[in-house]
Each structure stands twice: as C-alpha cells, then as structure tokens.
Write a protein of this length. Structure first.
Length: 451
C-alpha cells in the first residue's frame, strides 16, 4: 500500500484489530435462541457498545428491536455543520453448520495461510472492526470530519426484520446524508468493489397432505397417493431442464450490464465438482445478479437411517426465491405460492405460508458519495479502479433506509469476497482486505466531508 499517513496508522493498528476480532468471534452470537444462548448475543452487543464508548461515541444504546434481539447504536459528533454518515454492520452470525467440517474451531479466530478463520470473521464482525479502524485512523490524523452514526444489527442473518421495524418506528435515529453498509465484499481479493444491486428474497413453506396417516407400502403402495412423491413433483416444477428457475408469471430473462463473472472462475469459487454442469442460461452474472433463483432450503421427511417401508401421509419444504431489482418481492411471493398450489398432483391437499420477505435494492451510482469512494479506493488499492458488481444475497435494511431517507446515498462495501466462504464451514477474512478497506473507508469519510 502506498505511503499515506492514514494507511500507516491503519497498518500500525492491525495487531490490535486482530486481537479485537478474536474477542468478537468467541461470542456464539447466532440470533436463533432455540439453538444458542441469548446471553452470547447480548455479550457481543455489550462488547461493541463498550468499544464505541471508548472511541468517544455519545448516546450509545442497546436497542431492543421487535424481534427480540438487540442492535447497538452510537453517535460520534463531528465539526459543527458537518455531514452525517451512518456506518452499518451486524454482529450476529450464521450457525457453524457441521463443526466437524471446520479445520479449526469455528468460534476461535485462527490464522492459517495468511487468512484469519472463524465464524463471523468476514460476515460481519470484521465489518465492525473495519469501522473502528477507519475512525481510529482519522482521529490520529486530524480528526473525524463528519458526524458518525454506527448501527450494529443483532439479527441480520435471521431475516426477522427487527431493525427495519425499529427504524420505521424511530425514523430520526438512523437519518444520514450517506450510509456505508459494511456487509458486502470485493468481487475478488485486491479488486476494490462496491455492490450496486441486491436481490430480494421471499421464504415460503409448502405443506402437502394425502392421507390421514402413514401406510404400509407393501399393503397400500402403488395406489395410495404418496405425499413425499407429490412434493417432489411440485419442487421439480420450479426448474426448467437446464436448471433455470421457472415460476409461472415470473420473468427470468434479464441481463446484467457491468462487471462479468468468468465461468471457470465461478466454478472454482463455488467449488463445483468436476464434470458437474452449472445450471441456468445466460452469463453467470445474469444468473446470480439479474435473474430470480429458487432454492429448496429443506424438506421434512423421514431420514434414511431409521426409515420404515411406509407411504408418507404428509411432507413439507422450505423454499427460498431470490428476486432481482425491478421485481416486487410481494408480487413474486404471490406468484410462487400460486405456482406451488397449481402444480400439486393427484388432487393432494396443499398449503403455502410466507415466512419471510425482503425487497431487492438498486443504488444510485451517480451520487457524489460514489465518486468520493472511488477516489478513496484508488488510494487504498494503488493501480486499481473501483468496480461495480451485483450481489445475489439480500440486505433488507437497505430498502428500509432508502424508503425512510430517499436523499441518502447508500454504498455497500465489505469483507465477504469469494475466498471468505461466508455461511459455509471455514469462513475466513483476508487481513489485507481488512486493512485496505479500513483505509478506503477513512479516506472516503474525509473526501465526502470535503465535497
């Protein structure tokens, strides 16, 4: 990284950053309190609140959001008349999944091959540390030139909407001229990227019933309607022969204009097995950023171990549908439910239930904040030009903030590049990316204040 007082300060703070991230990772802050203790999430929230107070934040508060979790808020006053920037991250994490699949313990930050491993290291406890590093670097080099609000959400991964509803009930709290969402990532390590679109998402549960109770497959199989077989037929109808998503009435032919995703690189990033084809049509960018994508998240049916020779009376599945910008998630939900209900065979009884939803998002890349970030990233990543990319995932808060504060400029950056393997086993963060992005954020705040 080129010589720069801000960059030099961030570099000097990296050992402290590693120690702090190690502390944060130890908290098993999964916001599913049927699986993990609420006390773990509360401890992580208190850690962040204490860190903000130590940096001079006032009005630090633990906000009890309507979904039963806590978000951490703090305000750092800047010079009189200065602009206000909201910095966002979340401290809740995905469950570690198969702990046996982790090379090192998931809730213990471990350095290996130049990366730091641990659940939440990139998504998104590393984002909390990134914000702290940027602010410390500015304080050491002339001060923070803007008013700063920080909000650290406690249930982003659960999609329960607690912070969105809290913000709607307290619209003045998160009001800002610009918002930096630290929950995205570079397209590739070393390639500075802002995410300009997010797909929305709907979650639908479908239940299929055919019998009053399970039956002996030898005595009744062949005539008695099998609910699990009926469900499989329904789920299969959601994909064309090439694997493209097919929901009746939902368009699936949009094209992505911008940074493209090389197919071989995608295969490598997604760890697709040799000989297995990718699904869908169009470019990879079309498929993951500009078109709807259905995923069967789970099926309730007997496990193989312990299964009996029975015709199943009932079966259910949880389905996720990602929808691109330009598609209303509520309308997509109706189309998905209608499709499922229309495709059930044999007159089987079917019931669908929406259990979660978030709208897609598209940023205004012509705003002054984007130029300020482009200039900052050019310094933090010498010789590289800031790229614009989409993201297949959802951050519902973006739409809430855009609706509440239509004049605010929203940028999405972060540490979740492909090698980070967020949501999977062996999640990790690149310390070089943490360092560069912290420098970029600090310089962005300085540039934005001067505009």
């Amino acid at each position: 990284m080129s010589s720069n007082p801000v960059a030099e300060t961030v570099a000097s703070l990296m050992p402290r950053a590693r120690a702090e991230l190690a502390e944060l990772v130890t908290f098993q802050s999964v916001a599913d309190f049927d699986q993990y203790p609420r006390s773990e999430s509360e401890a992580a929230a208190h850690w962040i609140a204490d860190a903000l107070r130590a940096e001079g934040f006032t009005d630090v508060a633990l906000l009890d959001t309507p979904d039963g979790t806590q978000s951490v808020y703090g305000f750092l006053p800047g010079p009189e008349g200065a602009k206000t920037v909201l910095l966002y991250a979340h401290y809740d994490v995905q469950p570690p999944l198969d702990e046996a699949g982790w090379t090192t313990p998931p809730f213990e930050l471990t350095e290996r091959d130049g990366r730091w491993y641990g659940r939440g290291a990139a998504d998104c406890k590393g984002g909390v540390i990134m914000h702290l590093l940027a602010l410390r670097a500015l304080k050491a080099n002339g001060g923070v030139p803007v008013n700063v609000k920080v909000i650290a959400e406690g249930s982003e991964e659960q999609g329960t909407g607690g912070l969105e509803r809290y913000a709607e009930e307290h619209p003045e709290l998160l009001e800002a001229d610009a918002v930096v969402i630290g929950d995205s990532g570079n397209f590739r390590v070393g390639l500075p990227t802002v995410t300009t679109t997010l797909r929305g998402m709907t979650l639908v549960r479908v239940q299929v019933d055919t019998l009053e109770g399970n039956l002996h497959s030898g005595q009744f199989g062949g005539a008695a309607p099998d609910a699990l077989a009926a469900l499989i037929r329904v789920l299969d109808s959601l994909r064309a022969k090439d694997g493209s998503t097919t929901v009746d009435g939902l368009a699936g032919d949009s094209a992505w204009e911008g940074l493209q995703y090389d197919e071989e690189q995608f295969r490598k990033d997604a760890k697709v097995l040799d000989g297995v084809e990718l699904i869908g049509s169009g470019t990879v960018a079309d498929r993951i950023w500009a078109r709807p994508a259905v995923t069967v998240l789970g099926i309730d049916c007997p496990p193989v171990v312990g299964a009996t020779p029975s015709v199943q009376a009932g079966a259910r599945a949880l389905i996720s549908l990602r929808v691109p910008p330009g598609v209303d998630a509520a309308e997509a939900t109706k189309l998905l439910q209608a499709h499922l209900e229309a495709r059930v065979p044999w007159g089987a009884r079917v019931r669908t239930e929406q259990i979660g939803q978030g709208q897609p998002f598209r940023a205004d890349t012509t705003s002054p904040a984007y130029q300020a970030m482009a200039d900052a990233m050019a310094v933090a990543y010498p010789g590289q030009k800031m790229q614009y990319a989409g993201q297949g995932g959802s951050i519902p808060l973006c739409n809430t903030l855009a609706a509440l504060y239509p004049q605010a400029e929203i940028l999405l950056v972060g540490l979740s590049e492909p090698e980070a393997q967020i949501h999977a086993v062996n999640e990790s963060v690149s310390p070089e990316e943490l360092e560069r992005l912290s420098v970029a954020e600090a310089l962005f705040l300085r540039n934005y204040a001067a505009d």
